[in-house]
Write a protein that binds this ligand. Structure first.
Ligand SMILES: *Cc1c(COP(=O)(O)O)cnc(C)c1O
Length: 446
């Protein structure tokens, strides 16, 4: 039995050679007591759906902006689980809230209101307005992830469009954007690598170019378009800040055509830009009708949210959308704490200071290695180094990892850095030294 389960690469022999004692249960196996990175990868891989290529590093625990693998090796964390753990790993307050709420109530369903969800929704609306963000913010729908937040946003915008005219269902999205992997969110993520295997996608999606208002003008119409969806700073697509003047013009086009403007701030929001919202840098005339958020909202606990204006709220009725887990007391209690922290003005000022440390050093690195780095990109603590074509950003990331620093890459050959927003200065220095060494050492492509 064990042999049939562990077919192929992993035989009984190799498992025992790896020094484990795997146990049988109900005809299956569980991992034994051996805990080495190599072994965990070896045992996990045959049972895990092939959707990621993962290195041998397995993280056992994290503390603040440091991570530790099973061999006890320390890594400076410049990626915070892809812009998620904004207050650091094992944050004591988050752990305390999580523990206390878990002892009280984890889940009660959306058939009833619950206190933590009500608190979080109210807080999001009030603090967003107080921060100079989304002037028309009115109500919040809580869900469990970024892709779900965008899914809800697209449905809400379609419902709004259809209350005007049944043909008003088209959506405009942008090149190099990323909005998620479910069918709706994927349909507005125009990356052939992600889309093609799953076509046909939803109807009525048109792709414009961020920064090019004419490309939107040719696609938008009052009769057919219900929504425009855009990230104010494109994260996955290459850490591309969208020109503020373009966003002002975009919103005006939306107003003229009665189109709902959706800002996806799943990556760039919640303090990462140096303000609560990246669109908080824009005048109110460029604020969205719908705002989506996730990632940092739970500091690692899965949660997402959509904030909408009165116009959108008026188009919705009971039964239009739902979720079993969304707005559960546990996630909401954590979300409330995170939102309190990341909207605090002292906290945001320190994000700005940390950002300057990164940006100063990044431009020094760019000056020192002009044959490898062509630009410094991004804002706040969502920043990137554009590598030239002859150098692979992925190789920089793996060299850095070997030397004890975790960074990620983004589209267009960018080394992306999205650390915890409270990363200590000492971790910044240490990580930047490792990153510079990796850039110095990275070979040119053959
Ligand atoms: C990560 C991300 C998403 C998808 O979020 P998930 O929680 O992975 O579903 C959507 N939009 C942007 C901008 C993101 O960065």
């Amino acid at each position: 039995m064990l042999k049939t389960v562990l077919k192929g690469k992993l035989t009984m022999k190799s498992v025992y050679r790896a020094g484990t004692c795997m146990r049988r249960f109900h005809g299956g196996v569980v991992l034994g007591s051996t805990n080495t990175s190599q072994f965990i990868k070896q045992v996990s891989e045959p049972f895990t759906v092939t959707t990621y290529a993962r290195p041998e590093l397995i993280i056992e625990r994290g503390q603040g902006s440091y991570l530790y693998d099973y061999e006890g090796k320390e890594y400076v964390d410049f990626m915070s689980g892809i812009a998620v753990t904004c207050l650091g790993h094992s944050n004591p307050e988050v752990t305390d809230i999580l523990t206390k709420q878990a002892q009280k109530l984890i889940h009660s369903s959306n058939l009833y209101y619950n206190r933590p969800a009500g608190d979080l929704a109210a807080k999001l609306v009030e603090l967003t307005k107080a921060s100079g963000g989304m002037a028309d913010a009115l109500r919040v729908f809580l869900c469990n992830s970024g892709t779900e937040a965008n899914e809800a946003a697209l449905k809400f915008a379609r419902k709004y469009g259809k209350t005007k005219n049944p043909e008003k269902y088209e959506i405009i999205t942008f090149k190099n954007s990323f909005h998620g992997r479910t069918m709706g969110a994927l349909s507005v993520t125009p990356n052939p690598k992600y889309q093609e295997p799953f076509a046909p996608l939803i109807q009525g999606v048109n792709v414009a170019e961020a920064g090019n208002i004419d490309s939107v003008k040719t696609l938008i119409s009052k009769d057919k378009t219900c929504a425009v969806i855009i990230e104010p700073i494109q994260g996955e697509g290459g850490v591309n800040s969208v020109d503020p003047e373009f966003l002002v013009a975009l919103k005006q086009l939306c107003v003229d055509n009665d189109v709902m403007l959706i800002y996806d701030e799943i990556q760039c929001g919640l303090g990462r830009s140096g303000k609560l919202w990246a669109h908080g840098f824009l005048p109110a005339e460029a604020h969205p009708d719908i705002l989506t958020m996730a990632k940092a909202l739970g500091n690692g606990f899965p949660i997402g949210a959509v904030m909408i204006s009165e116009k959108v709220e008026n188009a919705l009725s009971v039964g239009d959308h739902g979720t079993t887990y969304g707005g559960n007391p546990l996630g909401s209690a954590i979300g409330s704490y995170v939102v309190d922290q990341v909207s605090n003005s002292d906290f945001l000022a320190s994000v700005g200071e940390k950002s300057n440390k990164f940006l100063t050093r990044f431009s020094q690195i760019a000056d020192k290695y002009p044959n490898k780095v062509s630009a410094v990109k991004g804002k706040g603590l969502l920043i990137g180094l554009q590598m030239v074509d002859e150098v692979d950003a992925g190789s920089v990331a793996s060299l850095a990892r070997d030397n004890g620093l975790l960074v990620i890459t983004a589209g267009m050959n960018v080394v992306r850095v999205v650390p915890a927003l409270n990363i200590p200065d000492e971790a910044i220095e240490k990580g930047l030294d490792i990153l510079e060494q990796a850039i110095a050492a990275v070979p040119f492509k053959q």
